[in-house]
Design a protein around this ligand. Sequence first.
Ligand code: GDP
Length: 380
Amino acid sequence: MLDDALALWFPGPGSVTGEDVAELHLHGSRAVLAAVMAALKGQGLRLAEPGEFTRRAFLNGKLDLVQAEAVADIAAAETEAQRRQALRQLDGHLGELYRGWADRLLRLLAHLEAAIDFPDEDLPPEIEADIAAGTAALAGEIARHLADGHRGERLRDGIAVAIVGPPNAGKSSLLNQLARREAAITSPIAGTTRDVIEVAIDLAGYPVILADTAGLRDSADAVEQEGLRRALARAEAAEMRLFVFNAERPRDAEGAAAWPGPDTLIVANKVDLIASRDRLPDRVHAVSALTGEGVPELIATLAARVAATYDIAAPLLTRARHREALEGAEAALRRSLAADLPELRAEDLRLAWRNLGHITGRVDVEDLLDVIFADFCLGK
Ligand code: GDP
């Protein structure tokens, strides 16, 4: 007798990995675990490697690679939006999109191969034009999917919000306010430089990486100039910006003109120090990082902006690995359209198909043979 516990038996192939699986639900004390592990070891069993269950599920055809990656994302999700995105990926929509493209491509390729291999057959004359049109349509769809502003990847890795503005405007104080208000610093990120401090927060369910940058001012000091250069680069690369200025110096708001557009919120800080707000420019968010006044409203506006951009039902590209393969596929499709020999066109279609197959983990020549022989029944 080792413990009073529950044992569950999941016979394959209905189990999560497709194999026979037994689960032991134990009282998780060290002594119980040690005793049970010792007994299991005596039966020739060992601990699973990291990811081994998901790997077996993939190898047994229970998941595609995109779904396997989603399992890792669900396990790592820190915010609501990340959890939702990972679940959407796990439910197979993203993989279906990529497989759908791969299947269409395979069909185009099979038709082209048939035209090449069996020139004497009575294949419809418009077949070459159909293949070109299909190739162009596919390239267009992939290009549109790629031109998503990296939203899926941002949602997975964190949406960058840079806090910029003149020195002493209260940027660090505001960062502290935002981070404390949200009370959910998910992980402190070591600044890439001493001048840029980053904090990961959960902003209304969205993963946001707040970056406090060096103050924007002209300086002859070389170190300060470098800090400024990095601050500007960071502000430029960020998805959104909070331009913070001292409400006592309303003309400083003009500095925000460097980043026109809705992705930059203009924040007048230290409103506790001014008697009247009449001199503040229109459409600024008046806050005090000292008293906290206006901070909840600023958070709400920021969250609404983020939600407007990132709350999308369509499956989004989530990983650089997928992006690379899709870019390769699109480039190959475009090359295929430009090539004049059918053999060269076919080779590029094959490359494009291979690229798509790499995303979901399905690259199999048998697939091509199946389509060729099923579609044409050439009987040769
Ligand atoms: P940064 O250089 O832009 O990061 O500015 P800091 O956050 O370091 O703030 C500069 C100074 O302004 C500090 O002494 C803060 O305590 C002060 N400060 C920041 N925010 C406010 C505010 O809302 N009201 C007042 N009265 N002082 C503030």
